[in-house]
Design a protein around this ligand. Structure first.
Ligand code: SF4
Length: 205
């Protein structure tokens, strides 16, 4: 059994990869978790091909969902080209496709070595980018990105570029271990980038 898509709070979530360039301290991929509060079996026995993912999604009543969300037990934008292909296929085949969101660490341009943001235009309605920390030092401590501090700058640059092509770009952060001053710094980062900050409540698992 493996879960390519699952329902959560009226949305349909899509799990295309378990790869990630980070190693976040809070990541559910640690500690023997095989799923999350959202779904079981999120460890993929193999990465679904484009076609497998498309067949899976087309077997769902897509217009009945509030939102289609590429997230996953891993960083979905490792498969940016496949996501964009899937969205094109779905838009062509499904009347009234719900809005499409990607939950990402914002490292796509760094990982893939090119600016992928123009391709998001007309396909992706919303990006939720994990800010994770109020400054680069804390970011490294929390997310352990493979590329080191470059990843922090790449994430901010990605947000700046993506907002030219995606109608809604939101930075998200979990409120755990953040002082009011930290929150202010996060708000300032979002303001400087011209995007919204969404502070999420910590959910222990
Ligand atoms: S970016 Fe997401 S998938 Fe990657 S290690 Fe962090 S929490 Fe896990």
């Amino acid at each position: 059994m493996m879960t390519i898509s699952y329902e959560y709070e009226g949305g349909l979530y899509v799990n295309l990869t378990n790869r990630c360039d980070c190693n976040c301290v809070f990541c559910l991929r640690h500690n023997g978790h095989t799923g999350s509060i959202y779904a079981d079996d999120l460890w993929l026995e193999h990465e679904p091909s484009r076609q497998e993912a498309l067949d899976n999604l087309l077997s769902r009543d897509l217009p009945s969902y509030r939102e289609l969300v590429f997230c996953g037990f891993g960083e979905p934008m490792f498969r940016t080209d496949d996501i964009l292909w899937l969205v094109d296929q779905l838009k062509a085949k499904v009347p009234k496709l719900p809005p499409v969101r990607i939950n990402t660490n914002g490292h796509a341009n760094l990982i893939l070595g090119r600016d992928v943001t123009p391709g998001l235009q007309g396909r992706i309605d919303k990006l939720s980018v994990s800010l994770n920390a109020p400054d680069p030092e804390r970011y490294l401590t929390v997310t352990h990105p493979r590329a080191g501090v470059q990843a922090w700058h790449a994430m901010l640059d990605f947000v700046l570029k993506a907002k030219e092509y995606v109608p809604t770009v939101v930075l998200t952060i979990v409120d755990k271990d953040l002082s009011p001053q930290d929150m202010d710094r996060c708000r300032q980062i979002a303001r400087d980038l011209g995007v919204t900050l969404r502070i999420r409540e910590y959910i222990p698992n």
